[in-house]
Write a protein that binds this ligand. Sequence first.
Ligand SMILES: [Zn+2]
Ligand SMILES: [Zn+2]
Length: 235
Amino acid sequence: MMKAAPWPVMLAMLASLALNLWLAGAPGWAWFPAAIAGWYLADFASGVIHMVMDYKVCTPGVGLDQLYFYEGSRESPDYLALRDQVWTRVGPFEKLVYDFKNHHPRPDALGRRPMLVQIGSTILFATLPASLLLNLAALALPLPGWMIAGLVVFIIGATFAQYFHGTLHKDDNPPLVIWMRRLGLLMTPNAHAIHHATLDRDFATNTGWSNPLVNRLFNLAIDRRWLKPEGLEPN
Ligand SMILES: [Zn+2]
Ligand SMILES: [Zn+2]
């Protein structure tokens, strides 16, 4: 379904982040609040994107509903043939939208994917372009070092958002993840379970710090019909 980003893309990502940190110069005290703000922003981005993808209406009539509501085995030749057929009719973005919706009835599949697959689309579509833009901005403008550092933290947090989401759906996680949960720098599976029980709140999946704000945005978006409840499942 989703693929890992090719290795030149991964290398470009690492090189671009390293260049940003180098351009940020020597660390100062202001890096600390900037890093916390960057970590908050990454959580907010995870929430807003998750919210929009959950409720964005899929293109009707291309068979995404048949895949979503398929009743037999998902390893059967019949299902796999259907899936290949549907995938020829939808672009990469629509696949991503489908993937978010498909996460609700089948949440554990996300945790089973390798990390590079989980973060591949995010790097390709969002955080590599963002990091390259920051390279250009930091080269062309006199940006303060703390601002570049905070944005680097934001880009890293956003890059790993789907990986962090995946760790909420599996039991065996690296010690770093457990340790960050204890410090409150990542959210807990119990806190994320509220999203799966309701599907209309707590969309942020990194720390959950921004959920009070994202929940307000969601209620506003539903009231104004910017997002439509019927978008939650393909039709
Ligand atoms: Zn969701
Ligand atoms: Zn989930």
